[in-house]
Design a protein around this ligand. Structure first.
Ligand code: SAM
Length: 161
């Protein structure tokens, strides 16, 4: 399971994703350009001491990401998705792709996704915060695929009976 961020706008959100990635052991792909100047010092500051625990890869562009991204379905989280969140069976190698805080993703990225996933919201509610949407979906995805750290660990070393 991986999380990919499409051209994120807000450095604090990237920091939150690095921390999520570090805590859950989920890989993170950051697709640039970002809406803020990206340098290692800024990312380190946002990620705090989780920087070294996280496993993230920076891609210069969507094109670069598409050509060398890891294998697995591209599951785009989008408010206009045709698959609703409670209906999706996740795969262990899914890549959960999140759009920009300001504008989601452009049409070509939307079209390139294997799954377009929508978290159903109440009428008049526009969207969730990007990190909250990701947390909901990655949690369910790890639950379904037995991917939570402790579960995976227990699986590898079943307790003695
Ligand atoms: C603040 S939202 C973007 C809102 C933007 N105006 C749009 O129309 O896409 C940022 C990202 O969070 C995710 N997101 C937020 N709410 C969602 C929902 N209800 N279903 C699926 N993804 C959602 C999507 O990846 C979205 O691109």
């Amino acid at each position: 399971m991986r999380i990919a961020l499409y051209e994120p706008d807000i450095p604090q959100n990237v920091g939150a994703f690095i921390r999520l990635s570090a805590c859950l052991g989920v890989g993170l792909d950051i697709i640039e350009p970002c809406g803020f100047p990206v340098d290692d010092r800024r990312i380190r500051r946002a990620a705090m001491d989780y920087y070294d625990l996280a496993s993230f890869v920076r891609y210069a562009s969507w094109r670069a990401f598409r050509s060398i991204r890891p294998a697995g379905r591209l599951v785009l989280l989008t408010t206009t998705g045709d698959t609703v969140f409670p209906d999706l069976a996740f795969h262990p190698d899914d890549i959960l792709l999140l759009g920009r805080e300001s504008a989601g993703v452009p049409d070509d990225v939307h079209a390139a996704a294997d799954v377009r996933l929508r978290i159903p919201l109440r009428p008049r509610a526009r969207s969730l915060n990007v990190a909250l949407a990701a947390s909901m979906v990655v949690s369910e995805a790890l639950r379904q695929t037995n991917g939570f750290y402790a579960q995976a660990d227990q699986h590898a070393h079943p307790p003695a009976r």
